[in-house]
Design a protein. Structure first.
Length: 295
């Protein structure tokens, strides 16, 4: 009986100790996991992921003036950040914030259009930013703003990910030192073109870059649109001199002459309708192919 009681006491003691040891074990695992995550993030410096630069659209600030504040972010390598309006609620949005400055009032930031990308860790495409982008906001200077130096500061908030994993959410600070001048002082508009990579011109600029890379783009850049169209028209006429077209010429001419019953004006009208019909047909097919990537 004594042995049974001794076994029971020992068993209860083990259970009692286990109840205390189990939470400690779980806490140790959590601590080790958090430590490893911290070490992994510490090994990747923010400068390896992205760079942030802030700038103004003017070289000086006058009281009462309205100007733009731009924040250019360049993502390095395969890193991307979520859109300002992420595809999923649990994703961390990209946000630009400005710290309060006496005498300045900031408008809401304008974010570029995001891209839909498919990644290995997601079953559906996600709205992300990659490469270089500009987020900008308007700023209004108070009439009572005093001359002198002024500092504009803020943060670029983001969570960077690649195709495999995501880093902890982070903020990258930025600052601009600007000079406030007296009313009536001449102010130069600078860096205006740097805002052109924002949402309202991103698609246009991408189209211009694509155009500049081909022969027609170089012709337009060098000779202007009107002269380029003349060259294209002459080139189209020259295509009629190729051997494969020769057999078609008499067939086409005889067809229109026969349909017009010998009337020159009617032959010309039928030919115009025929040419315009082909032009419209191939133009529509070309636009559809360009928009969809195929037919």
């Amino acid at each position: 009986m004594t042995g049974l009681n001794e076994f029971s006491c020992r068993h209860q003691s083990v259970l009692h100790n286990g109840e205390h040891q189990m939470p400690r074990f779980l806490l140790s695992l959590i601590f080790m996991g958090a430590t490893q995550l911290t070490i992994a993030n510490a090994q990747i410096d923010n400068s390896d992921v992205l760079s942030v630069e802030a700038f103004l659209s003017v070289d000086k600030i006058r009281p009462g003036d309205t100007f733009k504040v731009g924040v250019r972010t360049t993502l390095h390598g395969s890193w991307h950040v979520n859109s300002h309006h992420p595809s999923e609620e649990f994703l961390i949005p990209t946000v630009v914030t400005f710290d309060p400055v006496n005498g300045l009032e900031f408008g809401d930031p304008n974010y570029p259009k995001s891209e839909e990308k498919k990644f290995d860790f997601s079953e559906t495409p996600l709205a992300v930013y990659e490469g270089s982008m500009v987020i900008w906001a308007t700023a209004k200077a108070s009439e009572s703003l005093k001359p002198g130096q002024i500092k504009i500061t803020g943060n670029f908030g983001y969570q960077a990910c690649n195709d495999v994993s995501c880093l902890m959410p982070s903020k990258e600070p930025f600052e601009i030192l600007a000079e406030v001048v007296l009313p009536g002082t001449a102010v130069n508009t600078i860096s205006e073109a740097r805002f052109e990579t924002s949402h309202f011109a991103m698609a246009e600029l991408q189209g211009q870059r694509a155009t500049a890379d081909n022969e027609i783009g170089r012709l337009i850049s060098g000779n202007g649109l009107l002269l380029t169209l003349v060259f294209i028209f002459i080139g189209g006429l020259a295509l009629n001199l190729t051997p494969c077209v020769y057999p078609i010429i008499p067939i086409t001419v005889s067809f229109f002459v026969g349909q017009a019953s010998g009337k020159m004006s009617r032959s010309f009208l039928l030919a115009v309708v025929y040419v315009l019909g082909m032009a419209v047909t191939y133009s529509v097919l070309g636009v559809v192919a360009a928009l969809t990537g195929g037919l």
